[in-house]
Design a protein around this ligand. Structure first.
Ligand SMILES: [Zn+2]
Length: 419
């Protein structure tokens, strides 16, 4: 028995009987997938409303052969999915909803990254749809992100609603989420998730198309075998004001930070009645079309002049993935601190599954780049969350789970490195 419980905490019993505390309900023994480079510490996607600092996390499932569900799902997409049939299904949906007078018939949310450009462009040009594109603004647009957003609208030829949440409120929520959860992206994710169905319900647009289903990267396989996001997802989250947490704080206690209920309106899920009235259908295009992030990049570059960065993103080796927000780097760096999984691990795992790189190459990339501290926009980030450098770094250390990290005189080290 390697995991023991004591005083309501869990500990991993090391080889020399040292007790290492396990935070966040993570698995005590670290394992890496035999096909990709993800570890079993990766949390599954959970509704962000339920986030509390110590809440138990569900993590990605590994089968008896040591292979993660995301890899098994990728295999299914390679081998057993009939993509011609899936495209036919997509055409049926488009035929059902396509407007005859050019009015909006579907809504495509996105920031102007490669995936939303691909989704909206292909729906318009190949399937004759009339998408309205909507954007929940990044915290702080990067220059290249802003140019890509503009190219999407101008070169791609789309109507777009850009929504920027109240900067003062969003900064406060982001600070709370950083302080309480070391999750600076939590308020953004909340707002962005609920934004598209809210706008669709407001405009009476019955169909929302997301690109890829993010759940494919961590959720159990049986939850992915569907094209539709269950609209109950939104309804459930609206269980009642006192059940909702923002930045790790119950909604009823946010007043002390100067955040009132009406400030939170943009973050809330659409009302159940509105969803039912508009008979909203939320679809993933990635269910119907075989989705490859690299192909989306090439497509977006060719069709609207999407630009990659000139240099690789800190913490990884890629140049075109998630480059529109100055805060992005801190999202990935904080997952490295909490779960030992950094940005290169996510990128390499995805590229191994799509056969762009081998596992051996992936391992080398992870060992080289994972956890590299994002320096480039550090001053912007600190300013955004109103923290001093030392304060933030000390805070981050408190979120390191002892079963993943050990401290020596030279600094912090992961106990388990991929090999
Ligand atoms: Zn895997």
């Amino acid at each position: 028995m390697q995991v023991i419980e004591k005083d309501r905490k869990r500990y991993f019993l090391g080889s020399n009987q040292d007790m290492q505390e396990i935070k966040y309900g993570l698995p005590g023994k670290v394992k890496f997938c035999k096909k990709c480079v993800i570890s079993n510490q990766r949390p599954s996607s959970t509704p962000e409303f339920q986030h509390r600092p110590e809440s138990t996390k569900q993590t990605i499932h590994f089968d008896e052969n040591g292979i993660c569900d995301a890899c098994r799902y990728a295999e299914m997409k390679d081998v057993s999915v009939d993509w011609d049939d899936r495209e036919e299904q997509l055409k049926v949906i488009c035929d059902k909803y396509r407007s005859r007078n050019g009015s909006y018939d579907c809504l495509v949310p996105g920031s102007g990254g490669k995936d939303s450009i691909y989704a909206s462009h292909i729906l318009k040009t190949l399937y004759g749809m009339h998408p309205l594109t909507v954007t929940w603004a990044p915290h702080l647009y990067t220059d290249v992100g802003w140019r890509n957003f503009q190219s999407w609208v101008h070169e791609g030829g789309f109507d777009n609603y850009l929504f920027t949440p109240n900067g003062e409120v969003h900064r406060k929520l982001t600070r709370l989420a950083t302080q309480n959860l070391l999750h600076p992206f939590q308020p953004f994710i909340l707002g962005q998730k609920n934004f598209a169905p809210r706008i669709a319900a407001q405009f009476g647009i019955p169909l929302v198309f997301y690109g890829e289903n993010e759940a494919e990267y961590g959720n159990p396989i049986d939850q992915n075998i569907s094209a539709q996001r269950d609209t109950e997802y939104y309804v459930d989250a609206a269980g009642g004001p006192n059940e909702l947490y923002f930045g790790g704080v119950p909604m009823s206690e946010l007043g002390q930070y100067g955040i009132r209920h009406e400030h939170l309106e943009p973050y809330m899920p659409p009302k159940a009645d509105d969803i039912k009235k508009s008979e909203l259908e939320v679809q993933y295009l990635g269910y119907y079309l075989k989705w490859t992030p690299q192909e989306c990049y090439y497509y977006a570059a060719e069709k609207v002049g999407f630009e990659a960065n000139t240099e690789r993103t800190e913490g990884t080796y890629s140049k075109y993935h998630s480059i529109d927000d100055k805060i992005d780097g801190y999202h990935f760096w904080t997952t490295y601190i909490k779960f030992g999984i950094g940005r290169a691990s996510y990128d390499a795992s995805q590229e191994i599954r799509n056969h762009h790189i081998t596992r051996e190459e992936g391992v080398a990339l992870v060992r080289r780049f994972d956890g590299e501290f994002p320096r480039k926009f550090f001053a912007d980030f600190l300013n955004y969350v109103s923290m001093e450098e030392e304060e933030f770094l000390e805070l981050a250390d408190q979120f390191r789970s002892p079963h993943l990290w050990r401290k020596s005189s030279e600094g912090w080290f992961l106990r388990h490195q991929i090999a």
